[in-house]
Design a protein around this ligand. Structure first.
Ligand code: B1M
Length: 640
């Protein structure tokens, strides 16, 4: 009988263990339920690892436990993406000429870095709502890079950072895990694969990143080059360490790290990491929990050995059979059970069993597969379903699987999925220059061209409507069709906003028609904002007035804002299955306050769907930012 550790390592190396490894990650579920006192009766008082061991599951030791620090300093520099956890095999030291000042206030930590070339600061928070939802990492409320002047200071910090091997704590952690799992060590940042990825995820606001990537290429490139030294040192130490597997980057997503960007800024470093650790007989793991549809070939050919946190359809676009068919000759798939499956609200017992029936067939013969729960088990998962998966793996997961019914997805199906219709640009000769500025995202040229048109006597409303908004609508459709990606949309919207400031005085005199007022926010307990920001940007782009409340907004605050701002539309975003119920809470509170009938409510976010929107009584659901524009316009038709 093999141990969990042996099984996992064999599957990671592409060998065939006796049975499929089952490694459910339960940290978020555990944190939330132990905080709320709702752990299953027989597990009350147990630690997370004790529960996994009692159930006979392997320990999931792939993602660091960011909240379980040895001392507060271990995550103090979270705002720089510099960590020193037990999972790391290197430690760092700041040079003596950098003074670090720390101020803690409730759940917030402010850190200032005074260097000889200037000062930068960050703020991280961990709120009560985050604790309740089980979130396993703090939120960076103030990013270290705010403007172009900060690059030099951050560069100074990284240039002078000293990195040393530090194996002792890792070894004792690995010993504690023993045969019950594989202790995976970590590279740099919060799962960042390259210096540019580090700048994107850890140093800049998620949306601002795309503007800086366009506007401050020189500063960014210089910083990325400086950081290479830190990355190379860390990589070498990981390769020389006692760890058998190294986690190198994650949260890739075909929108956030869109294919061209991924190929240019991330892929070369995954290759370098793979070559370096492979030379020492180690395994390279990446945390691939995002939407991978547009990155399938790039990820497969990246050199990574294990793609962890694979969350298939219906939570993302790629079905488990497609992953298995396209990847299993090169990459070990770790995951495969979408979190939705564990929730009563989204999946019946019959559908849950049906998924597993199909699962065992389509992953035959089972090589290069480790069964896991998408990214992690949601807080309100049905615990018995976790057990049921374990039982079925034990009964039906003996390798090689004799599914026999493995039906690869036909090429025809792929062709169908790929045959997208790209909207054609309808050019309006008079306003072509402005339309082109919007398409190119030229926020400087558009100001001049707008002024020239006004000087020629063209009507401001026409410039806005026929020039800018019509172009922005095309941008929205192209985004929905997958023809363009986040940066293009953001840059186009920024160009529009610039031109609007030129038009504003003229529009005021001509009485500009605002499409409607929209109040926007991500619900309580949820810190995801990239998608919501996109929706806000697109709506603003087509003439809506937007008040964006930000992330993690308590229901009470939303209601107060509705009463005060009187929006036509309330837009709610949620990315976590555990925060979706907050949307229902908001709708109930709107009714209780007597304002439900005065507004339209639209909802969205990756786990939200049409049915959920209907069930909670929302007025509409949009799948993406392009659809959100169409929906908002339709809802305005319902209104005023
Ligand atoms: Co998180 N995360 N994350 N995460 N994260 C997801 C959402 C997850 C699905 C990953 C997975 O399981 N594979 C998973 C949720 C699973 C679940 O709930 N069942 C998850 C998890 C578990 C978590 C944590 C709990 C991890 C942890 O702590 N252990 C934690 C939670 C923190 C918290 O919120 N309290 C967490 C943290 C993070 C990061 C901080 C690392 C980062 C967020 C950065 C940020 O937002 N500033 C992050 C990221 C990046 C993701 C993934 C990989 C990508 C999300 C994203 O921005 N996509 C995501 C994987 C996934 O979604 N498959 C994942 C790009 C964006 C443009 O798309 O947001 O879907 P999206 O928006 C679209 C549409 O949904 C729609 O339009 C947008 C544009 O087209 N839309 C609307 C969105 N809002 C709308 C509103 C509308 C209409 C349309 O009307 C009002």
């Amino acid at each position: 009988m093999m141990t969990h550790r042996q099984r996992i390592l064999m599957a990671m190396r592409g060998e065939m263990p006796d049975i499929l490894p089952y490694v459910p990650r339960i940290d978020l579920w555990y944190n939330a339920n132990s905080f709320a006192g709702t752990l299953p009766e027989r597990h009350k008082g147990r630690t997370q690892d004790e529960i996994s061991r009692a159930e006979g599951w392997a320990l999931h030791k792939i993602v660091p436990e960011y909240l379980k620090v040895r001392k507060p300093e271990d995550t103090l520099h979270r705002g720089l993406g510099i960590f020193s956890l037990k999972e790391h095999v290197f430690r760092y030291e700041f040079p003596s000429d950098i003074e670090v000042k720390v101020k803690r206030e409730g759940g917030a930590t402010h850190v200032e870095y005074h260097t000889p070339v200037g000062t930068v600061s960050t703020k991280t928070v961990y709120t009560e709502e985050m604790r309740k939802s089980g979130a396993s990492i703090t939120w960076v409320d103030e990013r270290v890079i705010k403007g172009p002047e900060d690059y030099r200071v951050v560069g100074y910090i990284f240039e002078n950072l000293k990195v040393f091997p530090n194996f002792d704590d890792f070894v004792s952690w690995k010993d504690d895990i023993g045969d019950d799992g594989v202790a995976v060590t970590h590279g740099c940042g919060l799962g960042t694969a390259s210096p540019m990825h580090h700048i994107q995820k850890d140093l800049l606001d998620a949306t601002q990143f795309y503007y800086h990537y366009h506007d401050y290429q020189k500063e960014m490139r210089q910083l990325a080059e400086i950081m290479e030294n830190y990355y190379n040192q860390a990589l070498k130490i990981c390769a020389d360490s006692p760890a058998e597997a190294v986690m190198w980057g994650g949260n890739f997503d075909d929108m956030i790290t869109y294919p061209a960007y991924f190929e240019k800024e991330i892929l070369p470093w995954i290759r370098r990491a793979s070559d370096t650790v492979s030379a020492k007989g180690k395994i390279l793991v990446c945390h691939c929990d995002g939407e991978n549809a547009g990155l399938m070939d790039l990820l497969r050919d990246s050199g990574m050995h294990v793609a962890e946190a694979i969350t298939p359809y219906p939570m993302t676009k790629v079905k488990i059979e497609e992953y298995y068919r396209r990847w299993s000759d090169k990459v070990t798939i770790f995951g495969g059970i979408p979190e939705h499956l564990l929730l009563e609200e989204t999946t019946t017992n019959e559908d849950f069993d049906a998924y597993l029936d199909e699962f065992f067939k389509v992953v035959a013969p089972g090589r290069r597969l480790i069964v896991g729960i998408g990214d992690t088990t949601p807080a309100h998962a049905v615990f018995d379903r976790l057990i049921r998966i374990g039982e079925r793996v034990e009964k039906e997961g003996r390798l090689p699987l004799e599914g026999g019914a493995y039906r690869p997805i036909s090429e025809g199906q792929f062709a169908e999925a790929e045959a997208r219709v790209i909207p054609q640009v309808v050019k309006d000769e008079v306003f072509k220059v402005i339309q082109d500025d919007v398409f190119k995202g030229d926020h400087i040229g558009i100001r001049r061209h707008t002024q020239e048109m006004l000087d020629k006597g063209l009507n401001a409303k026409d410039i806005l409507q026929r020039g800018m908004i019509s172009a922005m609508e095309v941008i929205g459709e192209r985004f929905t069709a997958g023809d363009i990606f986040i940066p293009e949309v953001l840059l186009s919207a920024r160009a529009m906003n610039e031109a609007l400031s030129v038009l504003e005085p003229w529009l005021a005199s001509e009485e500009r028609e605002v499409s409607g007022r929209v109040l926007m926010g991500t619900v309580r307990g949820d810190m995801h904002d990239i998608g919501k920001n996109m929706v806000s940007t697109m709506l603003r782009g087509v003439g809506f007035e937007i008040r964006d409340m930000g992330v993690n907004i308590p229901t009470e605050e939303i209601i107060e804002e509705v009463v005060e701002y009187k929006p036509h539309i309330l837009g709610l975003s949620a990315l976590l299955t555990s925060t979706m119920p907050e949307m229902k809470g908001v709708l109930d509170a709107l009714k209780a306050r007597g304002v439900r009938d005065s507004i339209q409510v639209m909802v969205g976010g990756a786990p939200v769907n049409e049915k959920f929107a209907r069930d909670i009584g929302a007025d509409g659901y949009a799948r993406d930012a392009g659809e959100a524009v169409t929906l908002a316009k339709r809802l305005m038709g319902n209104k005023i």
